[in-house]
Ligand binder design. Structure first.
Ligand SMILES: [Zn+2]
Length: 413
């Protein structure tokens, strides 16, 4: 790829390194744990300041509440922040979507809230890598496109969602709808720790099992009681035994609660667990197993076990269309002396949802760094302009029509 037609845009991105860095720090200092709707909305408002020169149609979208199982085993509704949609050139022949999340995994109660320098090149802070830097990379790559002669040849829609870190339960429909109208998707999750891109990704589901029994006095009347904790433990042990029974499918019992006074037979216990899948038909097998395990508890006298939740993200496979998109990215990378490699990961993200809508996408275009979802999260700050230039070149190539969209399975439907 000859860079000379794009040199002024690439130089402009280099000149924005400090702006992107300061903005990343500014956004990371705002707590935006997924359940902190106000904080998430504030991150969105601050980010929109950088979008002013895009002169883009903006829409703030209220999302439906998320259904959750509370500590009493009852269903309750919880609100998340707003989603933001930006849309430009909706009449262009070529349409893509770009996606980024405004939330982090760190709630307001977490002790990890400040941004610090680890050395001259490395920033530590909540969301600096996952993915407040990615949001700035995305916006500045779009700014570069819109000030280039190619502006108008690529239509784009940005979705900024507030709930990615809890599985995008509220924004899933918005993402699916946007993806269905796009020929390709770009998502700004951080690079994998070795700098590579995510190729194939596992699918994921979050579940709760609510076991109910019968309370009774532990001394006078223990025979009358039906112990919900024992029932739940049996279920969790059997669930864990499913690990290794089907290749690529894993079960993680993650949280248990229940019981109360020591002289009372407990009548309620709740387990929360996550399941990862590798192939589309794994979900059916998993559902069968869950029904069987719940059935074994439900046959017991005076005990019941109900499973709530489900799969939120199907597995993302490496399709020919996705490989073609990686091929284009590799061309862009080589002209910047960057090697583009991709590998499998058990993690998942909105790239799974976009793929489920039939739209090929690259979902790790954000910053380089690591230890995400921990207080050691870090960002390699030089990656801001480096990765922004890579995305900008990809946008230029897509605008010039360097991809054969006939490969796209969803266009053949
Ligand atoms: Zn993320």
């Amino acid at each position: 790829m000859n860079l000379s037609p794009y040199q002024s845009e690439l130089d402009w991105i280099d000149s924005q390194q400090q702006t992107m860095l300061e903005a990343t720090i500014e956004l990371a200092r705002i707590n935006s744990g997924s359940w902190n709707a106000q904080g998430v909305n504030r991150v969105g408002e601050h980010l929109l300041k950088y979008c002013e020169t895009l002169r883009v149609k903006q829409r703030l979208i209220d999302l439906p509440p998320v259904e959750e199982i509370d500590k009493n085993g009852e269903i309750r509704q919880r609100n998340v922040g707003r989603a933001i949609r930006l849309q430009k050139h909706p009449g262009a022949d070529r349409q893509i979507m770009l996606c980024g999340h405004l939330d982090t995994v760190f709630p307001q109660s977490d002790s990890f809230q400040s941004v610090d320098w680890l050395d001259d090149y490395t920033l530590n802070g909540p969301g600096v890598c996952d993915m407040k830097s990615g949001l700035l990379i995305m916006i500045h790559a779009l700014l570069a496109l819109e000030q280039s002669p190619l502006a108008g040849r690529l239509g784009w829609t940005v979705i900024l969602n507030p709930d990615e870190e809890i599985g995008s339960p509220s924004s899933a429909a918005l993402i699916a709808d946007t993806a269905a109208h796009a020929q390709a998707g770009l998502v700004f999750e951080p690079a994998l720790p070795d700098g590579s891109f995510a190729g194939q990704r596992k699918g994921s589901g979050n579940f709760s099992a609510v076991a109910r029994g019968r309370a009774a006095h532990a001394g006078r009347d223990i025979e009358r009681g039906r112990n919900a904790i024992r029932a739940l433990c049996d279920f969790v042990a059997a669930l864990d035994e499913l690990n290794g029974q089907r290749e690529g499918v894993t079960f993680n019992p993650a949280h248990v609660s229940g019981g109360g006074a020591l002289n009372q037979v407990p009548d309620l216990a709740i387990a929360r667990f996550n399941i990862r899948t590798e192939h589309h038909d794994d979900e059916h097998w998993v559902q069968q197993q869950l029904r069987r395990l719940a059935g074994e508890i439900n046959e017991r006298d005076g005990l019941s076990l109900k499973i709530h939740g489900g799969f939120t993200r199907p597995p993302k496979l490496l399709t020919p269309a996705n490989q073609a998109l990686f091929g284009l990215l590799a061309e862009c990378g080589s002209s910047l002396d960057l090697q583009v490699r991709y590998s499998k990961t058990g993690g998942c993200c909105d790239g799974n949802n976009i793929a489920a809508a039939g739209t090929p996408n690259i979902d790790t275009l954000g910053g380089e760094g690591g230890h995400i979802h921990s207080s050691e999260e870090f960002l390699v700050v030089s990656s801001l302009s480096r990765r922004c230039k890579l995305t900008a070149l990809l946008l230029f190539s897509l605008a010039k029509g360097h991809l054969d969209y006939q490969l796209w399975p969803h266009l053949e439907r």
